[in-house]
Design a protein around this ligand. Structure first.
Ligand code: UD1
Length: 418
């Protein structure tokens, strides 16, 4: 167990290089077991979730060779196991992608029910609905997601709610089925597109990823590939918010600026300068953070995964901001923590009302989940005095080299064992 000790109050500046997208990499790793040939994946972030996925791939019987910190080679020729039951897997969300991948390749799977950040109910009914439409039996039983099928046949599947996880999982299951699958009201997030591109590079036939209608023509077999994961939209957005909250000047490199448009738009509202380059963005924080109104939405809307970082930032704005959370019902657990630091925030249903204050004070606080933890790190870096953030294992699930990258920008942060 470790905690962060942070001395806040410095303007942070410099350059930061963004790692590969965790939420794309987890899907790509699960998909890699669907071929018997070698798959080489580059730009994998070295974070807890990814390492758990790699362990699981080995449990399935595949050979995993780590070639450097961010590159991995996987061969699943001898991977015949279809059950995953390690309780570690139940602590993260993306292990449910093994359900779609195993169902596609072996026509059956038994995977421990996923956990992940405690930000609301997070049901998987749409995943199960999709697998059933493809002809599988798919159900939850005694803490497991179970699927089995004689044959998988293409189907038309309409998602009642835009779900990233269900879109990706159904795509995985449909790739090796017979005939055409059409997913309507599909999620359009950059990582949905990245996983589709990865599958296409293995010989899948997926069209329309990135729009709300995805068409998948089943193929008989997938082959090996070399692939590089896209940059992490949320990690990049977090450093953009950092430039704002510390009134600093940060150039965020190795990114796709298009993926960050909704975040850039809000930072402009807050009075920042945002300068776009081909693969970088420079955010120059304003001395006065202007208040704004935000509603989280599926992509290309403002991401729910950036909601806590922005709420923490707007707690130092010169006026009243509002943030409506429209994706998850319980994503405000950090509010009690930042209030200890002097923030004035009230919760009205699914909306935060944030009355900006002049200063936050360093305090002992707890990271309740991954993105909220990142938001509290930002708040601590902007606050006067020392903060201690406990339960940072949540934060380290998703941010590669967080402490070092922050130090490079001038932050006074250290990780200490407790
Ligand atoms: C993914 C991301 C997570 C992000 C979220 C929304 C990964 C590993 N995680 O989570 O970081 O916050 O997208 O961008 O990529 N829903 C149902 N039934 C289902 C599935 C979802 O009702 O079967 C609901 C959820 O409760 C939620 C909404 O749909 O209200 C969106 O959830 P979804 O997009 O599926 O989120 P995840 O894929 O779990």
């Amino acid at each position: 167990m470790a905690k962060y000790v942070i001395q806040g109050g410095k303007r942070l500046s410099g350059e930061v290089k963004i790692s590969g997208a965790k939420n794309a990499a987890v899907g790509i790793l699960a998909a890699s077991i669907m071929t018997d040939e070698d798959v080489l994946i580059e730009n994998i972030p070295d974070v807890w979730d990814i390492n758990v996925m790699l362990d699981a791939i080995q449990v399935l019987g595949a050979k995993v060779s780590r070639i450097g910190r961010n590159t991995v080679k996987i061969n699943s020729k001898d991977a015949n196991v279809t059950e995953l039951s390690d309780s570690k897997l139940g602590k993260m969300r993306a292990t449910y992608y093994f359900v779609g991948a195993l169902l596609a390749k072996h026509h059956k799977s038994k995977v421990i029910f996923p956990g992940g950040c405690n930000i609301g109910a997070r049901p998987i009914n749409l995943h199960l609905k999709g697998f059933s439409a493809l002809g599988a039996k798919a159900y939850e039983k005694e803490g497991y997601i179970i699927t089995e099928a004689d044959n998988l046949k293409g189907a038309n599947i309409y998602l009642d709610i835009v779900s990233v996880g269900a879109t990706i999982n159904i795509m995985l299951a449909a790739v090796l089925s017979q005939g055409l699958t059409i997913i309507e009201n599909a999620a359009k997030e950059p990582h949905v597109v990245d996983i589709a591109n990865f599958l296409n590079s293995m010989g899948a036939n997926i069209k329309g990823a990135g729009t709300d209608i995805i068409k998948i023509k089943g193929v008989k077999k997938l082959h090996g590939t070399n692939y590089s994961v896209i940059p992490d939209q949320i990690e990049a957005g977090t450093y953009m918010a950092l430039a704002t909250i510390t009134k600093g000047d940060i150039t965020i490199k190795n990114i796709i600026p298009k993926h960050l448009e909704s975040i850039s738009a809000k930072l402009l509202d807050c009075g920042n300068q945002v300068i776009a380059y081909d693969e970088a963005l420079r955010v120059i924080g304003s001395d006065d953070i202007l208040p704004t109104t935000i509603k989280t939405m599926p992509y290309p809307g403002f991401p729910t995964d950036m909601q806590p970082q922005f709420a923490c930032t707007l707690s130092l704005a010169v006026g009243k901001s509002k943030i409506e959370e429209s994706i998850f019902e319980n994503r405000f657990k950090y509010v009690e923590e930042i209030k200890k630091m002097g923030a004035v925030i009230s919760i009205e249903g699914s909306t935060l009302i944030i009355e900006g204050v002049k200063h936050l004070e360093g305090k002992k606080i707890i990271a309740p989940d991954l993105r909220a933890g990142a938001g509290l790190v930002l708040a601590s870096l902007a606050a006067n005095g020392e903060s201690e953030i406990d339960k940072i294992e949540f934060v380290e699930r998703g941010y590669e080299d967080f402490v070092n990258k922050l130090k490079e920008l001038g932050a006074n942060i250290k990780k200490v064992d407790c």
